[in-house]
Design a protein around this ligand. Sequence first.
Ligand SMILES: Cc1cc2nc3c(=O)[nH]c(=O)nc-3n(C[C@H](O)[C@H](O)[C@H](O)COP(=O)(O)OP(=O)(O)OC[C@H]3O[C@@H](n4cnc5c(N)ncnc54)[C@H](O)[C@@H]3O)c2cc1C
Length: 309
Amino acid sequence: MKIAIIGAGMAGLACADALRASGHSISLYDKSRGAGGRMSSRRMDTPLGQVTLDHGAQYFTARDPGFRKLVSIWEQNGIAAPWPLAGYGTWVGVPAMSAIIKAMAAAHDVTWNCHVGGISRRNNEWRLFTGTGNIGPFDAVILAIPAEQAATLLSLHDFALARVALTARSQSCWTTMFVFEQSLGAVPSVIRNAGVIAWAARNNAKPERASAEAWVVQASADWSQVNFDSAPAKVSEELLFALSLAHKSDIPQPVAVASHRWSYALSAGTGDGSLWNQEIALGVCGDWLLGPRVECAWLSGQMMAQHLV
Ligand SMILES: Cc1cc2nc3c(=O)[nH]c(=O)nc-3n(C[C@H](O)[C@H](O)[C@H](O)COP(=O)(O)OP(=O)(O)OC[C@H]3O[C@@H](n4cnc5c(N)ncnc54)[C@H](O)[C@@H]3O)c2cc1C
C-alpha cells in the first residue's frame, strides 16, 4: 500500500519503520522545520557560543523488550546513552535528544515544513491538503499527531475515532531554558516537584553535552494552565525565581534565556494503543493512546503498523 503518515515524531517514525519492513511505501509529512517533535532540542546563540538544550522530553525509559533492543542499537550507533541521574534505566539522546528522531527520520521520505490542514477521501483514494497544494493519492492515511490536532482531521471521516481523540485532553507545559556564565555550583542537577517546578535539570550534566552551564525548567501542569497566556518574558522571570527557591540560593542572571509553551505536552493516555478504521483505511497513533512517554509513542506506532501487516 501507498501510505501517508502525518507527523514524524516518535510514533509516526516507529510506525513507518514497521510498515516499511513489511513492504509498504511510506511518505511522512511534518509541519516542523526539523526533526524532533516533542523530543526536540533547541540551539541557542549565547555570548558563550551556541548551546543546544533538550526542551521537550528530558529522558526516556525502555521497559518493553522490543524497545529495549532498539535502544541498545541506538547506544551502539552513538545516538543514545544512559543517564542514571534521572533514575534507574533512563536514557537520553546524544549529543541531544533530537539525535534519535533525526536518525530515524533519515531512513524515510519525510517532507518537513508541511502542515496538513485537512484530508479527503474519494474513490478509495486519500489526498492531503497542505499550504502548498494537494498531495496524493494514497491508499491509507495514518495520523501520528497530538490528540487535539488529530480530532480536527478525524472529525469529517470517522466521528467515533474523533470522539476518542476529544476525550484525551493534553496538559500544557511552559518550559524555560537558561544559560549561565558560571556554574551554579554544588546544587542537585535534577529537581522534581518543587513549588511551581515539575522538573528542572542541568542540561550539561547529561552525557556528551557542551560544558556551558545550562538549565531546562519545566513548570507544573497547573501553573502552565493558569499562566497559559502569559508573555514568555514573564514566564522566564518567574521560573528563574522558582529555580532559585528550589536551590535555596540566589542565582546569577542568565546570559541567554528562551521560553517555550508546549500547548499539548502530556496526555494521560486512553489505553487504546492505536486506532484503525479498516473500511476507510484511516489510522491514528501517538503517545496519547497509551501514556505520556517516549516509549509509549514508539509502542503506539508499532501497534498501529500491526493493523496493516
Ligand atoms: C515538556 C515535555 C516533557 C516531556 N518529558 C518526557 C520525559 O521526560 N520522558 C518521556 O518519556 N516523555 C516525555 N515527554 C513526552 C514525549 O516527548 C512524548 O510522549 C513523545 O515524544 C510523543 O511522540 P509522538 O510521536 O506521539 O508526538 P510528537 O513528538 O508530538 O510528534 C508529532 C509530530 O506531528 C507534527 N504535526 C502535528 N500536527 C501536524 C499537522 N497538522 N501536519 C503535519 N505535522 C503535524 C508535529 O510537528 C510533530 O513533529 C515530554 C513531553 C514534553 C512536551
